[in-house]
Design a protein around this ligand. Structure first.
Ligand SMILES: [Zn+2]
Length: 471
């Protein structure tokens, strides 16, 4: 007998679903086992690739038919969906970047020509976080939203979150998709949700303390703000470890995969540290860490390849990177139809091992060592590639230094600005700067000027923190 896929979260809302029905998924509304939410997580890789191809072929013909943006682009390059017969044919299609969407939306405001149906038929409106370019508008159909919920649920379950837990959401609810999807998925899997909203950090910590210990709990935050909350708790003479978080789910910036940040947070909160990563244009999460990876150094992330084709490209030429080599990511989202992302240049720098044997038993490939940086954030110093997370590893491992830092670009030069820990006398700043410079030289093989500033110099944000400053 053919199993039907359960869609009880949104069955009443989603009128018409498009795309192939993948029976391997099983019932989406409940876990497949004590360890996995989805049956797909453990099926043979060859079968997952068949699913990829099935979804891809549908997506391409659907997109060509309905999206003016893609139809014009593909026509101009003289390629058609029918030219993509296998996964290996995908690079025949052109790469799209956020600047292409930005240009399209500027020329055809406000939504551009990419949507596949009129704007009022979409369920959700989003904007990108706009840290590197002007915010771009993005739309989700009900089905897109439901697919995103499924992937977040899968990932949270992979972290170890279970129905009946309580999720604390440390964000102010801007129109930025990632946190909202995580929030909805937490609710959908049967957990209680506690939103921070506009509460000041200290009031938020007090709220956590008031209900600590009354349900197993996890915290969803950016890594930067997770550190800020630790500091705020200490200012209130509260030990963050007493706030009862077993798991930290970190989004928007590299977190669990940066060993010094992972150690700082896991010791401070007495919690397991996990990553969950996606971007607005593709939705997400593309990557998530599992319970087995949380105990490893560095943490690697599973790639949700049944919903995303992740190509790795040479960052200079944008041609496919050699097999097994690291590269910059170009992602095709297979479960998003409202504003499709086909060969969208995300720009995370990853190495993917398709056959890595994770002790958790998932067949989903591993991004080895996680995503340490995005190409938007990369700096070139004397021909050497420098990601902020590399500097972060040094800053956060040296006693006497605080956790915040910035990289200041001055012409050809990059100056590292770090903070001293509270209470460190100013006479020690020069010595600390020298130690930091030596440590960065060891890790990044480049000598950078370093300045140490008093504690609290740089603001702590709830959203993604721009670490590179100009001038
Ligand atoms: Zn695993």
């Amino acid at each position: 007998m053919r199993a039907r896929i359960g869609y009880i979260w949104t069955d009443g809302m989603v009128g018409e679903r498009v795309g192939p029905e993948i029976l391997d998924e099983g019932d989406r509304s409940r876990p497949a086992s004590d360890t996995f939410w989805c049956g797909v997580e453990t099926i043979p890789l060859e079968r997952i690739k068949e699913i990829q191809l099935q979804r891809l072929r549908f997506l391409l013909s659907f997109t060509y038919e309905r999206s003016q943006f893609y139809r014009e682009l593909w026509d101009s390059k003289k390629v058609r969906p029918s030219d993509v017969k296998t996964l290996a044919d995908l690079p025949k299609l052109p790469i799209v970047t956020k600047y292409d969407f930005e240009k399209d939306q500027a020329a055809h405001p406000p939504f551009g020509t990419a949507p596949t149906s009129p704007p009022n038929e979409h369920l959700k409106y989003w904007q990108t976080s706009g840290t590197t370019a002007r915010p771009r508008v993005w739309l989700d159909t009900r089905q897109d939203w439901e697919n995103g919920i499924l992937l977040y649920t899968r990932s949270l379950y992979g972290h170890g979150v279970r129905p009946g837990w309580r999720g604390f959401f440390s964000f102010g609810f801007p129109p930025f998709i990632g946190f909202w999807l995580c929030f909805a998925a937490t609710e959908a899997m049967g957990c209680q949700v506690v939103p921070k909203g506009t509460l000041p950090t200290t009031a938020w910590i007090q709220l956590m303390r008031n209900i600590a210990g009354t349900a197993p709990s996890f915290l969803c935050s950016t890594p930067t703000y997770a550190i800020r909350q630790m500091e705020a708790a200490k200012e209130l003479s509260i030990n963050p470890a007493d706030l009862g978080m077993s798991i930290l789910t970190l989004a928007a910036e590299p977190g669990a995969c940066v060993p010094a940040t992972n150690r700082l947070l896991s010791e401070g909160w007495n919690a397991k540290i996990h990553d969950i990563l996606g971007v607005t244009e593709t939705s997400g999460p593309i990557l998530f860490s599992c319970k087995a990876q949380a105990d490893m150094t560095p943490v690697s992330d599973h790639v949700n390849i049944d919903y995303f084709i992740v190509e790795l490209l040479d960052p200079e030429t944008l041609e496919p990177a050699p097999a097994g080599a690291p590269g910059t990511t170009c992602v095709t989202a297979l479960g998003r139809y409202g504003m499709p992302a086909v060969r969208f240049l995300v720009g995370d720098y990853l190495r993917i091992d398709e056959h890595a044997d994770c002790p958790c038993g998932r067949t989903l490939p591993l991004a080895v060592g996680g995503a340490v940086g995005r190409s938007d954030d990369v700096l070139f110093v004397k021909g050497i590639k420098l990601y902020p997370s590399l500097v972060e590893a040094s800053v956060r491992s040296l006693p006497g230094l605080g956790v915040e830092y910035r990289l200041q670009k001055k012409g050809e030069q990059v100056v590292v600005l770090a903070e001293a820990e509270p209470g460190v006398p100013e006479q020690q700043y020069a010595g600390l700067a020298q130690k930091l410079q030596q440590d960065i030289r060891l890790k990044a093989t480049v000598t950078l000027p370093v300045e140490v500033h008093p504690a609290g110099t740089f603001p702590r944000l709830e959203t993604k923190t721009p670490r590179i400053i100009k001038g």
